[in-house]
Design a binder for this molecule. Structure first.
Ligand code: SF4
Ligand code: SF4
Ligand code: SF4
Length: 311
């Protein structure tokens, strides 16, 4: 198989252009005008028109985690193949980045980045600045653009929906191709470095062993088998497979993260999304993401939501 030359033109990030559009929309709202721009975008948002803003689930975070854990155990015990889904209620996210730290601790990465980030946007509306936090990781797309950028077999869908990278193959130019093809900027190419290398006291926690995609790795300075490899969120499959919820879900202090089996009609993920106003990133690309956001609405302008700019 020849190496890719220019498999994809460099992809623009998914944050900046929508952000610009969103600020344009805001400027219009601030001027008191129901602008044609915002109006057209909102009308284009079918789901926004069809469904109400979902109420925030007020049940305690602890109770929700217990319920999700019980559902996970039941799904694994059922003998049926689950269909994993992650749901984020951005209204409950306080932008603490605790989930990012938990992800880094569970899935060691170096200074080059992590599998997860929390995007922040502060908007100058209402009585005080209004902040939106959007946790972001690989969306485990059902029609993943990353897989189309590399030879068959390098990126595979598990029966439960998780998109799995073959770390033995997804290196060098193929790693770059997968990263450039992801419209969500969710691929992390490991550069092999650690935070404490070349310091008086390199820390052992950085070179500890961990499991990813069914294999055991250790990021040892100068001997990192993952250097140059494309890595990404696995939905913490190594935990799921033994009946433990993903680290970001159990760590979220805001109770903003839901996880479960979409095949179970009574699951929490179905409860919080059923008939509700939801948002899937880049719907226009048809990638069918498995991370779903409960739609935000703006104070003073409830008809404006995420899809107004991100559809
Ligand atoms: S979010 Fe990106 S890396 Fe994840 S499956 Fe979709 S295209 Fe691939
Ligand atoms: S599911 Fe696991 S790998 Fe994915 S973002 Fe959460 S903690 Fe990180
Ligand atoms: S831990 Fe929860 S509240 Fe904090 S940034 Fe992550 S998703 Fe948001």
């Amino acid at each position: 198989m020849p190496e890719p030359t220019t498999p994809f033109a460099p992809q623009k990030g998914n944050d900046e252009p929508p952000r610009r559009k969103f600020l344009q929309a805001l400027a219009a709202v601030g001027s008191g005008a129901a602008t044609a721009f915002v109006g057209a975008k909102v009308l284009a948002s079918r789901e926004a028109q069809a469904a109400p803003v979902p109420p925030v689930l007020a049940e305690s975070t602890g109770n929700l985690i217990v319920r999700m854990q019980q559902e996970l155990e039941a799904a694994l015990a059922s003998g049926k193949t689950p269909s994993w889904l992650m749901v984020v209620d951005t209204r409950k996210c306080i932008g603490c980045d605790g989930c990012t730290i938990a992800c880094r601790a569970e899935n060691p990465t170096g200074p080059a980045g992590s599998f997860r980030r929390v995007i922040q946007l502060t908007l100058p509306i209402g009585p005080r600045p209004w902040a939106i936090y959007k946790p972001a990781n690989c969306l485990q797309c059902d029609d993943p653009p990353c897989a189309k950028a590399v030879p068959p077999g390098m990126i595979n869908k598990r029966p439960d929906g998780i998109v799995e990278f073959d770390y033995s193959k997804l290196t060098g130019p193929w790693a770059k191709a997968a990263a450039e093809a992801c419209p969500f900027k969710a691929v992390h190419v490991d550069d092999g470095r650690t935070f404490t290398e070349n310091t008086p006291r390199p820390q052992a926690y950085e070179s500890r062993s961990f499991v990813e995609n069914g294999a055991v790795y250790a990021r040892r300075p100068g001997a990192n088998p993952l250097a140059g490899v494309a890595r990404k969120c696995t939905f913490c499959s190594h935990l799921l497979d033994v009946g433990v919820l993903p680290a970001c879900v159990t760590t979220c202090v805001g109770g903003a993260m839901y996880f479960g089996d979409a095949n179970s009609p009574t699951s929490l993920v179905n409860e919080v999304t059923g008939g509700r106003r939801i948002f899937r990133g880049h719907q226009n690309l048809g990638v069918k993401p498995r991370v779903i956001y409960l739609q935000e609405s703006m104070p003073g302008a409830p008809h404006i939501d995420c899809a107004a700019c991100h559809s």
